[in-house]
Write a protein that binds this ligand. Structure first.
Ligand SMILES: CC(C)(COP(=O)(O)OP(=O)(O)OC[C@H]1O[C@@H](n2cnc3c(N)ncnc32)[C@H](O)[C@@H]1OP(=O)(O)O)[C@@H](O)C(=O)NCCC(=O)NCCS
Length: 189
């Protein structure tokens, strides 16, 4: 990614309903310790939803998650300050699969789920994907992941049960049609 492109991913702030200020910014190599702490605090259920597996990511994977390949990947993390110390509370990323398509994933710490942060973080990732010329964002999730399906539906993704595996739902967002016309789902609010 060129320097001007990076500038489009400047940090943003968002206030939760209880007034807690969340910073959303691109992940950096220096965030490895934050990411480790974040991943190890995730409940088994959230970790399973994110990786679609009960395994925990290895140190090598966490390094890859934080030291991203700017040419094909964008990762946004959400952080708050706790006793003056930065704490990671979520991360959303996409990785380009071809010139047009990218696959995304998102996970929030358990205490931040259901508070609107997923909407804000994923809307930010969608906006970054659009700005970087991605035409389609896709993801797979468990067909019973009601939280992810609700979030995806809110942002305009289509959800379809995988024809080969009924426990999996495929999510697709055509960025040519994004943002939706007025009267449709509200993005980034
Ligand atoms: C899935 C996830 C990212 C959603 O983020 P979130 O911050 O909890 O979602 P939001 O609070 O922004 O809610 C978005 C919409 O979904 C709805 N929603 C969220 N969780 C829900 C749930 N468990 N059941 C029903 N609806 C739910 C909200 O009501 C909201 O709709 P509304 O604005 O019309 O009220 C988050 O719950 C998470 O990290 N889950 C674990 C990891 C995971 O499943 N990742 C997806 C793998 S691809």
């Amino acid at each position: 990614m060129s320097a001007p492109d990076r500038l489009r991913l400047m940090p943003a702030t968002w206030a939760a309903a209880d007034g807690t200020v969340v910073t959303i910014r691109p992940i950096r190599r220096e965030d490895l310790a934050l990411e480790q702490e974040f991943v190890s605090a995730l409940s088994a259920s959230s970790g399973y939803r994110r990786l679609m597996s009960t395994r925990r990511p290895s140190l090598e994977e966490l390094r890859r998650f934080t030291d991203v390949d700017d040419e094909r990947e964008v990762a946004l993390i959400a952080t708050t300050l706790l006793d003056g110390k930065e704490r990671q509370v979520g991360v959303a990323r996409y990785v380009k699969e071809s010139t047009a398509d990218a696959e995304f994933a998102i996970v929030l710490s358990d205490d931040w789920q259901g508070r609107g942060l997923g909407t804000r973080l994923l809307a930010g990732l969608v906006a970054a994907a659009k700005a970087h010329g991605i035409r389609r964002l896709v993801a797979t999730t468990h067909a019973d992941n009601v939280g992810m399906l609700a979030l995806a539906g809110k942002l305009g993704f289509k959800a379809e049960i995988d024809p080969r595996l009924a426990t999996i739902a495929n999510l697709t967002l055509d960025l040519a049609e994004w943002p939706p016309v007025r009267g449709g789902p509200q993005i980034g609010s």
